[in-house]
Design a binder for this molecule. Structure first.
Ligand SMILES: Nc1ncnc2c1ncn2[C@@H]1O[C@H](COP(=O)(O)OP(=O)(O)OP(=O)(O)O)[C@@H](O)[C@H]1O
Ligand SMILES: [Mg+2]
Length: 341
């Protein structure tokens, strides 16, 4: 098995607010190997973006505070890195793209100027002899635009962000992200603002980059269809916890956690006839006062009294298929899963 590129190890993140301590992430454990694509899915507010932003130190602290666990890149903790050390990782080892490219593009500068500035910032961390000249930066920017299939890259470099469509702007952001030759690309809802056809093209591009460049991808979406198009594996989050992790196929074919089952009942299976849309009754717990035990217990159709007493440990149900549910753990101990290795 390949050593993980990125590892969340029982990672906990709290926000100190005027109302009290908001326990946003409660023991997130996840890993991504080099060249792998992992999706994170879950409903709004479950902690997907906070998980992603924590990797690059992008959650403002305060109010955020790491309350436990670790976050490692190539075996080295990312927690407590100073700004200079984080700059050597950001963009060069790990790059990130977001939902709205316009927020990250300056309307007053051309695409070429902005891409050159990003490349110069990467060069700032290199020995002087290895830094690129202005024309080399421009060349690399054009190459990256060609890499993301923007036609006429030299012309695109002279354009301003408002002269591009939403899909083209997202391609520019991906090109900028690639310009530092990262090993991991984190994409937080990169296609949510785009229409369906353009969304599919951007997802296909991400998949192509993974295959051709060996780029690992952490793709965040509330849409399992988006994740299944690009990812090998998917982690399902609920109220700041990871409830189930599985290869995408196994998650669709054999969901094990009661929350995942509810979630799948509410989306049509891409390869099965459309089902009735079911929702999950109840509401997400208030993370200022999370319940003891399992965070899903109040909405869980299978909950037993023990679920409110102990935090469910994560159990391995099959190779690469884990879930955090007390009932699955008990069943697993008493009746071994026939799929287990
Ligand atoms: N700076 C902050 N201060 C206090 N709470 C915060 C802060 N940033 C995020 N949160 C809270 O952390 C929780 C997780 O937020 P996050 O943005 O990660 O959700 P998400 O899963 O990405 O949701 P969405 O699908 O809507 O993007 C939310 O309840 C949010 O209100
Ligand atoms: Mg988000």
């Amino acid at each position: 098995m390949t050593a993980p590129l990125l590892e969340f190890d029982d990672f906990r993140l709290h926000f100190d607010t005027f109302d009290g301590c908001y326990q946003a992430l409660d023991g997130v454990t996840l890993s991504i190997a080099a060249g792998e694509s992992l999706g994170i899915v879950g409903e709004t507010g479950c902690g997907k973006s906070v998980t992603a932003k924590s990797v690059l130190g992008l959650v403002p602290s305060p109010p955020a505070r790491v309350a436990g666990g670790d976050l490692r890149y190539r075996g080295r903790s990312l927690l407590g890195l100073d700004e200079a050390a984080m700059r050597r990782i950001r963009g060069v080892e790990i790059a990130m793209i977001f939902q709205d490219p316009m927020t990250y593009l300056n309307p007053l500068f051309t695409i070429g100027d902005q891409m050159s500035a990003v490349i110069a910032a990467h060069d700032a961390g290199r020995p002087r002899a290895q830094r690129r000249s202005a024309s080399q930066r421009r060349r690399l920017a054009a190459d990256m635009l060609a890499r993301v299939h923007l036609p006429n890259p030299d012309i695109q470099l002279t354009r301003y962000p408002h002269q591009l469509s939403g899909g083209q702007r997202q391609r520019v952001l991906i090109a900028m992200a690639l310009s530092g030759s990262p090993s991991l690309l984190i994409a937080d809802e990169p296609t949510t603002a785009l229409d369906v056809t353009i969304q599919a093209q951007i997802l296909d591009l991400l998949d192509e980059l993974r295959r051709d460049l060996g780029l690992a991808i952490l793709l965040i979406s509330h849409d399992l269809g988006v994740i299944s198009r690009v990812c090998d594996r998917v982690a399902v989050m609920y109220a700041g916890t990871v409830v189930e992790t599985a290869p995408v196929e196994s998650l669709f074919d054999d969901p094990r956690h009661p929350y995942t089952r509810g979630l799948l009942a509410s989306v049509p299976h891409p390869r099965k006839p459309a089902q009735m849309l079911a929702g999950i009754p109840g509401t997400v717990p208030n993370l200022l006062h999370p319940p003891a035990g399992c965070r899903f217990q109040a909405r869980c159709p299978s909950a037993v009294p023990a679920c409110s007493q102990q935090r469910p440990a994560t159990v391995s149900l099959a190779p690469r298929h884990d879930a955090a549910c007390l009932l699955l753990a008990q069943r697993h101990v008493h009746e071994p899963d026939p799929h287990a290795a």
